[in-house]
Each structure stands twice: as structure tokens, then as C-alpha cells.
Design a protein around this ligand. Structure first.
Ligand SMILES: C[S@@+](CC[C@H](N)C(=O)[O-])C[C@H]1O[C@@H](n2cnc3c(N)ncnc32)[C@H](O)[C@@H]1O
Length: 226
């Protein structure tokens, strides 16, 4: 199975437990990280925002609360079904679509900003995904796992993660989903390495990386005309 199809089916399979597992796995901290991320992405009060790899819509709903007109996109139909259910419960106007980040159905610079939280790591072609994000929006904001710079902290964090995460694989009945999380988080390019890839595949005048929790995750932004 191609990697994209493996990822899509995996997220379909865990969609019904995704929100609960996120809370348990991160001991609620993902909510704080997402809040900081949305604060950063809405600093210039973007009017029209696309949230890619929206999942069950966490970021999309937070962006809407900041006053933006929001579209959420994900290639897992089941994640989008849950996002729509949540949207109805919240009386939200966010428009959710099924689609692939590698081929976004939007015009060039149609959005003031595009956001993607814990999604870019999963895109089969990182380069193509970044190109598409940069094509459709005037600014790009990415929240993604990475590796802490401090060697002792890094070793302790990944040792703990490896001991802790498989339990949740058992709950979700997709143990491989959480093995995948660890493997990709441990190896995915972060900080300067990621910024270099971002610079090579998008055209903006400014790029920035901000570590979260000492480098367990990073917030990347690109903005400004060249
Ligand atoms: C870990 S979840 C993140 C969901 C949400 N953004 C959050 O922070 O909770 C990753 C999401 O990326 C989606 N995804 C992965 N590759 C994609 C692609 N090529 N196009 C669209 N969605 C994709 C998956 O279906 C999944 O819902």
C-alpha cells in the first residue's frame, strides 16, 4: 500500500477515538500548544484561512473564534465526518472538505493564511505539500513534532514515549498508528533543517521557527512577498 493510503486508512480507523487519545496521550497539553499556534497564526488577523490536515477540526474551530472565515481540509473522510458533527454541535460556519494537501483545489493566494497542525509529517511528498501550502496562501503556519536539541532531554523524552505510547495503540486497536507516531517524530526534520526544506519549496521573504516545550514540537511560519 502506498504511504498516503496507509496514512488515510489509519486515520479513518482511529477517527472515533482520536480526540480522546490526543487528550490522554498529551495529558491535555496539545490544547495549550494549539492555542499558542492559533495565536501566532492570527497575529495579523487573517480574514480567510485554510486549515489543512484539519482532522476533527480543533484548529479550524479555534481560528473561527478569532473571527476568520475558515475552510478545513483533510483526506480522511471519517475525520471530516467527525469535524462536521462537532461543527453542527458548535453552530459553526467552518466549511469542511475532503481533499489532498498535495493537490489543493484552490486558486493561487486564495487565503490570507494556511495552517497545518501535526499534519505535514504525514504528507507523502513533503516538498509537494509545502509547495501547495505556499501556493494557496499569503502566509503559512505549521505546528509539528520534532526533536529536542538537548541530548539528555531528547533521549529521556523518546524513551518515555516508547514506553507510554503503545498502551494507546491497544486502546485504539491500531498499534501501528502509534508506532508510526514515534518513528516519524524521531526522524522528521526539525528546526533549521525543516526551515531549509520550507525555504526550498516556498517563496516568502520571512521564515521563523519557534520551539515548543524545548523542541518536542516546533511552530514554523513563512510570510511576506519576495
Ligand atoms: C495527527 S492528525 C492532525 C489533526 C489535527 N490537525 C490536529 O492537530 O489534531 C493528521 C491528519 O492529517 C491528515 N492527512 C495526512 N496526509 C494528508 C494529505 N496528504 N492530505 C490531507 N490530509 C492529510 C490525516 O488524515 C489526519 O487527519
Amino acid at each position: 500500500m502506498a504511504r498516503a493510503e496507509f496514512v488515510r486508512v489509519m486515520f479513518n480507523d482511529i477517527s472515533h477515538k482520536y480526540d480522546l487519545l490526543n487528550d490522554v496521550l498529551s495529558v491535555g497539553t496539545h490544547r495549550l500548544w494549539k492555542k499558542s499556534f492559533v495565536d501566532l497564526a492570527t497575529k495579523d488577523a487573517p480574514k480567510k484561512v485554510l486549515d489543512c490536515a484539519t482532522g476533527t477540526g480543533d484548529i479550524a474551530f479555534m481560528l473561527e473564534k478569532k473571527g476568520a472565515e475558515v475552510t478545513g481540509l483533510d483526506f480522511s473522510e471519517k475525520m471530516i465526518d467527525f469535524a462536521n458533527v462537532r461543527g453542527t454541535e458548535k453552530n459553526s460556519k467552518v466549511k469542511f472538505l475532503v481533499g489532498d494537501i498535495q493537490k489543493l483545489p484552490f486558486q493561487d493566494k486564495e487565503f490570507d493564511a494556511v495552517t497545518i497542525s501535526f499534519g505535514i509529517r504525514n504528507v507523502e511528498s513533503l516538498e509537494l505539500g509545502l509547495k501547495e501550502l505556499g501556493r494557496v496562501a499569503k502566509s503559512v503556519h505549521i505546528l509539528e513534532f520534532g526533536q529536542p536539541k538537548n541530548a539528555l532531554y531528547k533521549k529521556s523524552y523518546f524513551t518515555l514515549l516508547k514506553a507510554y505510547v503503545p498502551v494507546f495503540g491497544l486502546i485504539s486497536k491500531r498499534g501501528d498508528a502509534y508506532e508510526y507516531l514515534i518513528a516519524t517524530s524521531e526522524t522528521f526534520p526539525s528546526d533549521e533543517k525543516f526551515l531549509t526544506i520550507m525555504k526550498n519549496n516556498t517563496k516568502f521573504s520571512h521564515y521563523r521557527s519557534v520551539p515548543v516545550f524545548g523542541g518536542i514540537a516546533y511552530m514554523y511560519s513563512a510570510w511576506g512577498e519576495v
